[in-house]
Structure formats: C-alpha cells, structure tokens
Unconditional design. Structure first.
Length: 487
C-alpha cells in the first residue's frame, strides 16, 4: 500500500471519530436540556399573565403567591362607579396545589427544541383562601352602601292634579341588595376574578314599575271618563261638564281599581235642575202699566228630566268625546234663561185691572177688558205663568151647575182659558168680584175671534193680581196657582 493511501484512510478515521464525539456531545446536550425542562418551564411560558419562563414549580409557586398577595377585585356599579377590595384586607393568600406541577408535566420537555421560542399562555386554576367574614364587612363598608349615597327606589303611582290624574313614573334609585352583592363578591373572589360588574339583578327595584299593567290600565280607564266633555246648551251661557268636575267623581283604590261615583252624577244633575229649572219660579215681570210685579206658580218653564238625563249622561260618560247638546227636558220654555224665560211674545192678564194684553215680538197686537173668575164664589182665576195648551173652535164648557157654548176657546190652565162671552154686555171694572166667571177669561166676541187667529199654542201667559188674594178652588190647586192656599 502506498503512503498516500494510508494517510487518506487515517484522515477518514479521524473525521469519523470526531463526528461521533460531536454527535455524542449533541445527544448529551439534548438530554441534559430535556432533563432541565422536566423541572423548569419553557422560555415564554405565561401562567395567568405571570411570566414563569425557566422557573421551577417552587419558584413559580412563590411568584404566584406574590401576585396573589397583590390581588385586587374591582367592582363596577350600574352608574359606572368603581370600588376596590384588596387582598390584604380579606387575608387573601395563595394555597398551593398540584396545578402548577401538572402544567409542567404536560409541557413535553423532549420537545424543547421546537417549543423553546414564542409565548406560551397557560391558564392556571389558582386556589386561594380568604376570610369570608372580613370580605362581607369590606363589601358592607363600600361607599355604595352608605346611606348618604343611596337613593331608594320609589313606586310609580297616580297623582291627582287640578284637572285629572297623571302617572308619576317610578324612580329606580341605586339601592343595592347587600346580601346579593356579598354573595356575588364571594363568588368572584373565590374564582380569582379581578372585575365584577353589578347588573340590575343586584339592585332593589320599585314594587310598581312605570309600565305596570294595572297602573296604566287604571289611568286609561280614568282618562276614558275625563276625556269626555259635555257642553250643555242651557240657560244664557251654557254649562260645561269636564274633567275638572268629573275628577272628583273618581276614586282609585290601593289595588288601582277605579270607582266612578254615580251619586255624584245624580248630584250634578240635581244642581243643573236647581239652576236651570224655571217651572214655578218667581219672576219679576214688568207690566204694561210700567210697574213691576213678582209672580210665580203656574206650569210654564224649563224642567230637566233628571232620570232621563242621568241615563243619557251615563251612556256618554266614557265616550272620550266632546258632545254638545241640551239637557234632556220634559218641558221647555221659549227663552233659554235661568232668570227670565218668557221672552217678548206673551199674553198678560192683569186680574186687578181686568185687562189683557197680547204682545208679539215685543209689539202690542191686542188688548181688551175682560171678566175673570168670581172671587166671592171662590172661583178666582189662577195666577201664575202658564202657556197656551190648545185652541178649540165651537166648544161647550160644562161645569157642576152650568153649560155654555163658545166659539173660541184657548186653554192655558186646568179647565181655564180665554173664550168669548156672548151673554155679557160689559167687561172690565170690578164685575169679577161679584159676578165673575167660573174661572175662565171672558172676552168680547170680536176680541176673542181676533186673539184666536193670532195666538199660537205654547205662547206664555202671565197672570197676576196686584192685591193679595187667596185661591182655594180645585182648579187653582191643580194649576199650581201662585196664590193658592189650602183650606
């Protein structure tokens, strides 16, 4: 063998030996490093935000214990206020377990070559101990539980106003439930949470919310009444029934039941009748002679039918509408006035002067002397304010002891009216005191015919005595005569 070949073979052997040593060294290094990471965390390992790269379990536990000792729980209220509870105040300490060791065992130390780079976030279940009694005390001492900072919730309710009711909305307030919050905080601390946001469930609530169905139902029912307006065409200026009056007819119970007092309706109608009924009212009347007399009685005037008005009003009371109408009358007059409803078309009978006047639209159309009921026979004609009930041609007037045929009969009271008296030769004077009629108004034939032609049914009749008289006859009683006196 040549010398050159021998040298080349030697080089190859030497290189092979060296490569073996390098491989052995690398393997030793690999296994030594793997052995190291069997007891140390890989570089970049983070447990719950704590960097623990190349730390042993014991070192990691010490560092976690330090972090736990600095524990802070931030509590946020519904209003955005922030409160803190710190670990030392509640004896918060870390309690070591097998968690860290378990995580280390799972990190696959023989894969250290591929896993030695980059951040490796790991979740660590931290076990900690704390003093629950101190924690509850800390919660109770938070500013959000101090009386000066607490606004208690208030229930929604219905408030009476000048013209009805209104909904006063509930106040939510900021009053927290202490026991509830203490429980939530204990759970958060026990879980190692660092933030807790208190939701509506942690707060006291109004017993009656603004959208409470009963409350709003009651308000709707009330407004069904109060949105109704009745504009009465009555008297000179009218009358209005609206919410300002009706609100006093409504009561709201503790359970929000709405009660409408029908007795107040009856009272309102009674007041309406008392104010606007003119039937039998005493009126001041200016006579054709220019003086004034006071006269009441009779059957003329406005009369509200209280029962029918009540029934109609109750049918309208929840309509929510504005209704314009007259009250329900069972009798009407010519002029809408609570003081003087006669107007300027009427017949005036001056019993004392035995004269009648007929005015149409304020103008005198007819006047004449007459003979009226015989005072001495207790047949005095009824005084008061009446109206023409009917007119009849060719009537026969029949009484207990008389029967008379007349051509024109115009009735205004019970069996009493104007008619022609062909059997009389004179009228007026004082004839009525001794030789008067049985109660009717005796007129000259031509005047009776003229009055019959122009007088309309329904025309008011104002009849009066200028001196005191006492009428005791049956027709005076039935006619509601102003001077009627029972015997």
């Amino acid at each position: 063998m040549s010398k050159q070949k021998s040298s080349a073979k030697t080089v190859v052997i030497v290189l092979g030996i060296m490569l073996c040593f390098v491989l052995i060294a690398l393997l030793v290094c690999y296994f030594l490093t793997a052995s190291y990471y069997a007891k140390h965390f890989f570089p970049g390992t983070v447990l719950n935000g704590i960097a623990v790269d190349k730390m042993t379990v014991e070192e990691t536990e010490d560092k976690v214990a330090q972090e736990v000792a600095d524990y802070v729980l931030s509590i946020y209220t519904r209003d955005g206020e922030k409160y803190e509870i710190i670990g030392p105040d509640i004896d918060y300490v870390y309690v070591p377990g097998t968690e860290i060791s378990d995580i280390l065992q799972e990190q696959e130390n023989y894969s250290w070559i591929t896993k030695r780079k980059g951040v490796k976030e790991q979740h660590l279940e931290v076990s900690a101990a704390f003093n629950e009694q101190k924690l509850d005390q800390q919660v109770a001492s938070l500013g959000c539980f101090q009386e000066k900072n607490v606004t208690k919730p208030k229930d929604a309710y219905l408030r009476e106003t000048e013209d009805g009711y209104e909904l006063v909305k509930a106040i939510e307030g900021n009053q927290l439930k202490l026991a509830k919050v203490q429980k939530l905080v204990r759970e958060a601390v026990d879980a190692g949470e660092t933030e807790l946001t208190l939701t509506d469930k942690a707060y006291e609530k109004p017993a009656v919310a603004s959208d409470d169905a009963r409350l709003n139902g009651a308000l709707k029912e009330i407004n069904a009444y109060l949105d109704t307006t009745i504009q009465y065409d009555v008297g000179e200026n009218g009358e209005v029934l609206d919410r300002k009056i009706m609100k006093d007819w409504i009561t709201v119970g503790a359970d929000y039941t709405v009660t409408f007092d029908e007795s107040k309706v009856i009272g309102f109608i009674q007041n309406l009748a008392s104010k606007y009924n003119t039937y039998g009212s005493v009126r001041e009347f200016q006579t054709s002679l220019g003086d004034k007399v006071k006269i009441g009685g009779g059957d003329y005037g406005w009369v509200i039918d209280k029962e029918k008005e009540r029934a109609q009003l109750m049918s309208e009371i929840k309509s929510g509408k504005t209704i314009k109408r007259e009250p329900v009358f069972n009798q009407t007059a010519l002029v809408k006035s609570e003081r003087y409803d006669i107007g300027n078309t009427y017949v005036e009978i001056d019993y004392t002067n035995q004269h009648i006047y007929y005015y149409k639209d304020g103008k005198l159309k007819l006047d004449t002397d007459v003979v009226t009921g015989n005072i001495s026979w207790n047949s005095g004609s009824p005084d008061g304010i009446y109206k023409i009930v009917y007119k009849q041609r060719d009537a026969t007037l029949v009484g207990e002891d008389y029967e008379s045929d007349v051509e024109y009969f115009m009735v205004f009271a019970y069996n009493v009216g104007f008619h022609d008296a062909s059997w009389r030769n004179e009228f007026g004077k004082q004839i009525y005191k001794s030789s008067g009629s049985h109660g009717c108004i005796n007129m000259p034939g031509d005047k009776a015919a003229q009055l019959y032609q122009i007088l309309e049914v329904g025309t008011p009749v104002v009849a009066y005595y200028r001196e005191p008289v006492e009428l005791t006859s049956e027709n005076a009683r039935i006619s509601n005569a102003y001077s009627y006196r029972s015997q």
